[in-house]
Design a protein around this ligand. Structure first.
Ligand SMILES: [Zn+2]
Length: 273
């Protein structure tokens, strides 16, 4: 009986040690990846970055997709460009709630700020973002390709005048052009709209020039944006992926996958850069 108890204690201790070792190995493994990413970034000649909703979650921007996402609460059709033109009142209510009311208090977080610092040091050449939240600019970045546009601007369907958010008072009725009285549309890509040709062309060019490309906070589900890292890979860029979970990129093109939140990973990389 005593021998059995001793054996059990020994076995229990072994289990605790094994868990501890696995934990240490896991941490070491992540640190190795962070060191590798930092080395590649430091030695890069043309570093670019591709960001998605995940980088802005820590700024309080709601998650869009998935069962708990904002889109699940609205009829998808309300965000279609055709609906915005034909049933503007209903569509505008959804657009205003999702992209203006819920974004109101969002501020750039540490991840946005570290990328801006890298741009100021001329280490990071371009950020290509799928986000329309303006947070890369607010953090101090200047070279940003907004693949899906920016919610800070409005454009008139009739006279094509462009206005900043500050010039337009947003109310529950759809926004009207101060110049001609036509209907204004937020200057971001609605469902059913093409990607602005300049943004698409520039993003492609930057991806092809890159020797190191960082994917941050995106699962790669939105096309054609998700092709961008593939263009970089095709041009032999080293692909660093920072995501809290695996994505469509992880097993296909990522050379190093850092399974962390954006700001946590960038703080660690920046610390040893
Ligand atoms: Zn107008």
């Amino acid at each position: 009986m005593r021998i059995l108890c001793k054996k059990r204690t020994l076995f229990k201790n072994l289990l605790v040690n094994a868990k501890f070792n696995i934990y240490l190995c896991g941490n070491n493994f992540i640190m190795k990846k962070i060191e590798l990413a930092a080395t590649r970034i430091r030695n890069s000649k043309y570093l670019s970055c591709f960001t998605g909703a995940g980088i802005s979650v820590e700024s309080g921007i709601p998650v869009f997709r998935g069962d708990d996402g904002v889109y699940a609460k609205y009829d998808h059709n309300l965000l279609e460009i055709r609906t915005y033109r034909r049933n503007t009142s209903e569509s505008w209510k959804a657009v205003k709630d999702i992209f203006y009311n819920r974004f109101e208090n969002a501020k750039p977080n540490t991840a946005h700020k570290i990328l801006a610092e890298w741009q100021n040091r001329d280490l990071l050449k371009y950020i290509i973002t799928q986000n329309i939240d303006n947070l890369h600019f607010e953090a101090g970045s200047s070279s940003v390709i907004e693949y899906h546009g920016n919610k800070e601007y409005f454009i008139c369907f009739d006279c094509s005048s462009k206005f900043s958010n500050k010039e337009i008072v947003l109310v529950d009725t759809p926004p009207i052009c101060p110049t001609c009285g036509g209907l204004l549309k937020p200057d971001f890509v609605f469902f059913g709209e093409p990607i602005p040709s300049d943004a698409a062309r520039l993003a492609h060019e930057i991806a092809k020039k890159s020797d190191v490309h960082i994917i941050i906070g995106t699962t790669g589900e939105v096309q054609p944006a998700s092709y961008i890292p593939f263009y970089a890979k095709k041009a032999n860029a080293f692909i660093i992926e920072i995501n809290p979970q695996k994505s469509r990129f992880t097993d296909s093109i990522s050379d190093v996958f850092i399974e962390m939140k954006a700001s946590e990973a960038l703080i660690e990389i920046n610390r040893i850069l």
